[in-house]
Design a protein around this ligand. Structure first.
Ligand code: CTP
Length: 399
């Protein structure tokens, strides 16, 4: 007997109201055949397009259709179906995407999406104008920034006869996406990953510091992706207010010196280090104990901080070291210099002056450089970039 792809996996399939709902039948049947425990949840509108009986037959399990159901199959339907290894929404209408982006929970599928902590994959299908509408695009961007994934709809003839982008991705492509998703979940299994994120603050006096514009989003996204890929993850975070991704251990630091101490303390226990933090290169030589009062000029003498990553590179052993390079010009040349000088396996370079790659945005445009190849990645959400970085690490010759 051939091995099943998804044995032991619980997958919830939310079906919403669009003509492509009938295509979900094939996907549900395939997931079931591949050993997944599939629970189908349908909106009222989806039930107009395809029957719950079809889905019950193909999944081999009860189907949830009503948040207020007295049916004995579900105790609290939206909470029961929220508990899974993957929540797939296929087809996903503009409406369910908008509700998920806003946290609206007015029926079974939207309520379950709000309750779930599982990874969510949307396979959108709608009229091309609805897909192209800035509201839908903004909702997709919001959800992507929260870690949701989207299987891009295809272009072609739509149900109404119009031609454009909006038809459900090919069923075979959706199946491949799900297969890749679960494979990604094993990429770093058994590995221990240390990630640094955010800025460092170098205090001048108790109320003033020298910092930088790093938001921490990129490093937090790498930490989240590493956990999703099965690694044990320590995040050493500079000051930022982002929520720590589920399953990630976090140590908070303020200055570059504190970050260096925390990283050095953990170094021996971790085999992969991703230095996404924007570490301050200089600190004031003196830190005043009291607030410095105004009057006259103020001169601050700065002294250099240690380069944490360079120090790790000099003491590399079996570690895999990944650095970032924030540049405003000569991206590839400066980044390659850092790759060599810091003895790295991979450097993630981005031009922070470029639109879509800035410090506080939700997207990034990356050039990934390793000793044997250079790749330019298209603009993507920082969450997607985090996953792509993990994939690139898993493909390194020293991995
Ligand atoms: N880095 C570090 N310690 C520092 C400065 C930087 O570990 N004191 C790390 C960063 O986390 C990043 C990489 O080195 O992974 C490159 O950082 P970047 O600020 O781009 O470059 P610098 O090495 O500081 O060089 P420059 O500021 O001259 O561009």
């Amino acid at each position: 007997m051939s091995e099943k792809l998804f044995s032991g996996k619980k997958i919830t399939v939310g079906i919403t109201g669009g003509i492509a709902a009938y295509k979900a039948a094939d996907i549900v049947s395939w997931l079931n055949q591949q050993g997944a425990e599939v629970t189908v949840a349908m909106t009222k509108s989806a039930c107009e397009f395809i029957t719950p009986l079809t889905m019950k037959t193909l999944s081999g399990r009860p189907v949830a259709c009503d948040i207020n159901s007295l049916d004995a199959d579900f105790h609290v339907p939206h909470i029961d179906i929220a508990s899974c290894d993957l929540f797939l929404v296929v087809p996903a209408t503009a409406n369910i995407i908008a509700k998920a982006a806003c946290g609206i929970a007015d029926e079974l599928v939207s309520a379950a999406l709000l309750a779930t902590s599982a990874p969510i994959i949307f396979a959108p299908a709608m009229h091309c104008d609805m897909y192209a509408n800035p509201a839908t695009q903004a909702n997709i961007k919001t959800l992507s920034a929260r870690g949701c994934r989207f299987i891009e709809p295809g272009e072609g003839r739509l149900a109404c006869g119009a031609i454009g982008r909006g038809r459900l991705a090919k069923v075979e492509d959706i199946k491949q996406y799900i297969t890749d998703f679960f494979a990604e979940g094993r990429l770093l299994s058994g590995r221990r990953v240390l990630v640094t994120a955010g800025p460092t603050y170098e205090y001048i006096d108790p109320v003033r510091f020298i910092g930088n514009r790093s938001s921490g989003k990129m490093g937090y996204a790498v930490a989240a992706a590493a956990v999703e890929a099965g690694a044990e993850v320590l995040l050493v975070s500079g000051p930022c207010s982002l929520p720590v991704p589920a399953g990630v251990k976090c140590v908070r630091v303020t200055s570059a010196a504190e970050m260096e101490a925390a990283v050095r303390e953990a170094y021996a226990e971790y085999d992969i280090v991703v230095m996404a933090a924007a570490v301050a290169d200089y600190r004031p030589e003196q830190q005043a104990e009291q607030k410095i009062k105004k009057g006259g000029g103020m001169e601050i003498k700065l002294v250099a901080n240690n380069d944490i990553l360079k120090g790790l590179g000099a003491d590399k052993g079996d570690h895999i070291l990944v650095g970032f390079a924030a540049e405003t010009q000569n991206l590839a040349a400066y980044a390659t210099k850092k790759l060599v000088e810091k003895n790295l396996d991979l450097i993630i370079a981005n031009n922070v002056a470029q639109a879509g790659a800035g410090f506080d945005g939700d997207t990034n445009i990356i050039t990934a450089i390793s000793p044997d190849k250079t790749e330019e990645w298209e603009m993507m959400s920082k969450r997607a970039a985090g996953r792509q970085i993990i994939k690139a690490i898993s493909e390194l010759p020293r991995f």
